[in-house]
Design a protein around this ligand. Sequence first.
Ligand code: GLY
Ligand code: MN
Ligand code: MN
Length: 508
Amino acid sequence: MSFPRAAVRHLERHVARQHIQGTLRTAQLGAALCRATASQASWRPSPRAGRSYATVSAIELEFGQPVHETHPHILKAGEITPGITAQEYADRRTKLAHSLANGGIAVLAAADLKYRSGAVFFPFRQESNFLYLTGFLEPGALAVIQKTGPDLGDYEFHLFCRPKDPRAEQWSGPWSGLQAATDVFNADSAHDIAKADTLLPNLLQSATRIYADLPSPNATVAPSLPNTIRHALPKPNVLATLQPLVNSLRAIKSPAEVAAMRHAGRVSGRALTDAMRRPWAYEKDLHSFLTHAFSQDGCGGEAYVPVVAGGPRGTMIHYVHNTAALAPGSTVLVDAGGEYGNYVSDITRTWPVSGRFSAPQRDLYEAVLRVQRRVVTMCRADAALTLDQLHRVADNGLREELTALGFQGLAAGDGGGMDVLFPHHVGHYVGLDVHDVPGYGRGIQLKTGHCVTVEPGIYVPDDERFPKHFRGLAVRIEDSVCVNDDGPIVLTAEAVKEVVDIEALRDY
Ligand code: GLY
Ligand code: MN
Ligand code: MN
């Protein structure tokens, strides 16, 4: 069966526009995309034998990432990445294009594949803005979003990527190719990335403003595609930074994004709770248990290098060696989370290795927990607070709690070592990246759809300024939270955190 590509494109844009007007459901777009993708798998009769033979190789029917037709166990019809539909990607491009100046063009480069040595590469991770606007998960690609008029939907989406190449794909595994760029990823035009050097200057020539995020020309490792963009600029003074515009879109999560983050949080939270059920002798064993658990239920594995820090190693904020033995009687601080559909979960829990808190461990833990709970409840749009204001609530609350526990000189405003005891911010935005929307300030009032972490911590070094029985203890409690109109949605609630709940995990 074949379905004319131009007709699909027309339908997709038509559907996208209709959807923006709220009159059509995404299922129709999904169905159109199914037809489009199915058309790639056309079988033609052989003229010589009265039988049918495939005229395309298996590689031609493979894509550089799961699509619904090849991986229905991962993607529902209409989805480009888990939980996010083609319609939602089209809506994102529509909104971005609308925010550009008249005659503006946004140019985004895919991430490069990074090499460890020789031909041995690190796992590929797509550049987050490129991913947010395209859902295309390959290196060697450029996205160009060209505003063509003043109305919502007046834009062209050009995708430069690698054409199908069975010989190269025999080594690398499949990639998607130009046909899929239009039929699956809904580009208005697809081009060979090898021709970007010649085609991009033509595209950019007429732009009144070019939005891109280019690394400094002095960067030690200059990615190849940004150089292509730089060379294509008609005049450097038409260049504007793209990040703030994409940040404004990315910062407020859609219902589908919140659902993806809930899924990541649910699976990751359960993994942490399961880890707390059992005694661990080594940080490494606990780490590998979590790595496996973060790959369950459709999740994509670790969202970041986790901290698995026994005893005083928890006072080192980014301790990631995770190689030491866990001493009975000590606590373990674990900062770990998985991801689902590229959306991450950021969680920290601290618990006693032996399953029971000692008195000082419990006192310090409950002090941090009270503050953490208080700040979580303030993650609501009707409180109209900023992350910086939440930080001050946490800082003041921790000072009061520690003073009640016998710490000296911590009255609000005094130093007293608070810069050592609580050296980091109480939270950050979270989403496609653990530290999401870089450059988006913490002085912005939290609104419905903002997703943030709440992670107060107290790290007591072996220092005579602090009560002896707390020295060497480290407690951080972190949840990922979505701000809702009149209350928080705790995305990571399945990781237990009450003392009674943690201790009850070993009661049977
Ligand atoms: N896991 C990194 C952080 O909590 O910021
Ligand atoms: Mn965090
Ligand atoms: Mn964390």
